[in-house]
Ligand binder design. Structure first.
Ligand SMILES: [Zn+2]
Length: 101
C-alpha cells in the first residue's frame, strides 16, 4: 500500500494551498516576530493527495495506551463514536414498508 499522505495548511485558501510530504509550519500563515521567532504557529494538517484535509480519528477512547500498538481495526464502540463525528447525510424520508422493528 502506497502512502500518499500529504500535508497542507488548512488555513490557506485552496488555490494557494501547498502540498508537502512532511508536516511543519505554514510559512504564509504562521506569524513571525521581527526577531524571526514564531509567534503564532500554524501547523500543516494531514491531507490526501488532492489537498483535502484528512480527518484524524481519535483512537484513545479507553484512555492513554502508551506502549501499546494501536489496533488497526476499530472497535464497535470507537466506530460508533466516529460515526457521530463524520458528516453523514441524514435520510429523513420514511422507507417504503414502514418502520423497522
Ligand atoms: Zn497557510
Amino acid at each position: 500500500m502506497t502512502d500518499m499522505r500529504k500535508y497542507a495548511c488548512p488555513q490557506c485558501p485552496a488555490s494557494e494551498r501547498i502540498l508537502t510530504s512532511y508536516p511543519g509550519l505554514c510559512r504564509s500563515c504562521t506569524t513571525y516576530s521581527d526577531d524571526n521567532e514564531v509567534v503564532d504557529p500554524v501547523h500543516r494538517a494531514k491531507c490526501d493527495e488532492f489537498g483535502n484535509p484528512v480527518k484524524t480519528i481519535a483512537r484513545d477512547v479507553g484512555g492513554p495506551r502508551r506502549g501499546y500498538r494501536q489496533p488497526k481495526k476499530l472497535s464497535k464502540k470507537q466506530r460508533a463514536q466516529i460515526s457521530e463525528e463524520v458528516e453523514v447525510p441524514i435520510i429523513t424520508e420514511t422507507l417504503a414498508g414502514g418502520e423497522e422493528e
